[in-house]
Design a protein around this ligand. Structure first.
Ligand code: B12
Ligand code: SF4
Length: 497
């Protein structure tokens, strides 16, 4: 009976020309694949379509026929993919009126009524505890508040091969062992940054898998030929004892991994006197080599305002430089993530790039502070939003488009500033640290050259598409501004214009 139930999940594609598409096409969201893995284990006929990997589904008649013949179609949306998700849901509804459409994901969690306009079922929160009821046909409609799974050890290892065209993605990476296979060992974050959806979505109390469970999942992935991982955890190093324990267990296996961490995670005390050398060593020995570091800002006042929780007495910039040096001395490649807010100017972006170049960050990105539904920032910014024609304007809520009237710079200048900042940084292309990383380390030179070639190619393509996107976005902004001025005039002229 269950075996006859056919379930298809979809991760809608990122909009063309979105600057970070090269990475989005590499790393799928884990939500749909996790839910599919649960159903697969229970014997359902299940598959995941990821438009970032397979291309536009509405132009793929074979994929569309497969999706439309499913009993349940589950669509996962974040804010920047919400509109595309609705387009897909509407198309499935037209083609296959009998299929049950379920929408979930972080955007649907905070705007369930909007999503309900395109689906039979909207799931708020984590879907593990309700997905089987939906698949079995026991839940057929409504907005469901799902209880989060308490015991993450009960989840099966993720079956990435349930994703259609996963092999195509592997082929792009030349060899399976070079692909950073996504994994996630925890849910939730103890911090509460005003712009972030994570604590509101997954909670402040972090739920973590046991070291034994993570170890056995990694061994399972290794048996499929994977040797590199990307731990999607929002703060991989937060629980020191757990992190050391895991890394000690996996160090003999010689895996490599990327992870997200705070820049100051290596201090064992709040006054920055005692360094946690054991943790740094364990990270290296366990195979950590790329760290995604959310610096967000190098400016004291902004750090306070955004509740970054940086500690210490000296100037923030000096402390961040010291932290960066410590991470570099331990051999990590650092991708620095920064944010430009409404209180900032072009000078702020310049200072960030100076900081990134001076401290030899291997790569970096500056995002535009963007409000997401359900966050305190959204409440503060609502009156200033120019892009508020929903759902289509959600397309621009991706941190690379300024969706509000930026009081200090104006939207046009923000866009130019952000683009020029990246151009300036990436013009340096090969900094000495990257060159050194090329010659040192364990990856064969041939693979390094190909990785480097890929990275440079991605940077070049990304910047050229970004210039094009900026032109398009600025035209749209001008039209919106003219329309909003015209309607203000109309109101002040009592409708005579
Ligand atoms: C990995 C990651 C990325 C990767 C890959 C993303 C991709 N393919 O889109 C990269 C680095 C490229 C990236 C980019 C971006 N990201 Co990101 N990313 C993440 C991260 C760290 C993990 C995602 C994940 O796999 N989570 C774990 C799984 C289990 O959770 P989930 O996918 O949400 O699924 C659960 C539920 O949502 C639900 N569910 C989901 N789908 C469905 C479907 C059905 C039918 C049901 C029933 C339930 C259900 O059940 C699932 C299981 O519990 C999250 C933070 C986080 N902790 O989730 C941010 C996050 C998703 N990203 C975020 C943002 C803002 C971005 C960017 C806009 C940032 C930028 N400036 O570049 C871009 C845009 C990407 C895009 N697609 O357009 C925000 C999204 C906020 C929002 N409201 O949309 C998040 C939440 C982080 C944050 N700080 O708030 N990201
Ligand atoms: S930005 Fe990072 S540290 Fe802040 S709440 Fe979100 S996940 Fe936690």
């Amino acid at each position: 009976m269950i075996r006859n139930r056919k379930i298809r999940f979809i991760e809608p594609g990122s909009r063309p020309r979105r600057p970070f598409n090269a990475w989005i096409t590499r790393w799928p969201l884990l939500g749909p694949i996790t839910l599919a893995s649960i159903l697969d284990r229970h014997g359902y006929d299940v598959a995941v379509y990821n438009e970032n990997i397979s291309g536009p589904l509405l132009e793929n008649s074979q994929a569309l026929a497969d999706i439309c013949s499913a009993d349940v179609v589950g669509i996962s949306i974040m804010t920047s993919t919400a509109m595309r998700g609705y387009e897909l849901a509407d198309a499935v509804r037209r083609e296959a009126p009998g299929a049950t459409i379920a929408i979930g994901g972080v955007h649907a969690t905070f705007l369930p009524e909007e999503a309900a306009g395109h689906a039979d079922i909207v799931v708020r929160g984590e879907g593990e505890n309700v997905i089987e009821d939906i698949a079995r046909g026991e839940i057929t409609g409504g907005i469901i508040n799902a209880e989060p799974p308490k015991n993450l050890d009960a989840l099966p290892p993720i079956n990435h091969f349930l994703m259609n065209d996963f092999e195509k993605l592997m082929a792009r990476c030349r060899r399976r062992e070079l692909y950073e296979l996504p994994a996630m060992t925890s849910r939730g974050c103890p911090h509460g940054c005003t712009y972030c959806s994570v604590t509101r979505m997954f909670g402040r109390k972090v739920r973590r898998q046991s070291v034994g469970k993570v170890y056995s999942d990694l061994m399972h992935y290794a048996s499929q030929g994977f040797r590199r991982f990307f731990f999607y955890d929002d703060n991989f190093t937060d629980d020191r004892a757990w992190t050391k324990d895991l890394l000690e267990r996996i160090s003999p296996l010689k895996f490599r991994f990327n992870a997200q961490a705070r820049v100051d995670f290596h201090w064992a005390d709040r006054s920055r006197r005692r360094r946690d050398e054991d943790l740094l060593r364990a990270l290296r020995r366990g195979g950590g080599d790329v760290l995604y570091v959310g610096y967000e800002t190098i400016d004291e006042e902004t750090a306070r305002q955004w509740r970054k929780g940086y500690r210490g007495d000296r100037r923030l910039e000096q402390r961040l430089a010291e932290d960066t040096r410590i991470l570099h001395d331990s051999g990590f490649w650092i991708h620095g993530m920064f944010v430009l807010g409404p209180e900032h100017t072009a000078r702020t972006a310049d200072k960030i790039v100076d900081f990134a170049i001076r401290n030899s960050l291997e790569s970096m990105q500056i995002s535009i502070l963007t409000p997401a539904p359900g966050t305190p920032l959204m409440d503060q910014m609502r009156p200033h939003l120019l892009f508020n024609d929903y759902p289509q304007d959600w397309d621009y809520y991706d941190g690379t488009h300024c969706v509000y009237n930026h009081g200090r710079l104006g939207i046009e200048q923000v866009q130019r500033t952000i683009l020029e900042a990246h151009q300036r940084f990436y013009r340096w292309g090969l900094n000495h640290r990257r060159l050194r990383a090329m010659v040192e380390g364990t990856i064969p030179l041939r693979d390094k050259l190909s990785l480097l070639w890929n990275h440079l190619g991605i940077a070049r393509r990304t910047l050229s598409e970004w210039r094009e996107e900026t032109r398009h976005f600025l035209e749209l902004t001008r039209t919106k501004m003219t329309n909003s001025l015209t309607s203000e005039c109309r109101e002040s002229n009592h409708g005579f214009i």
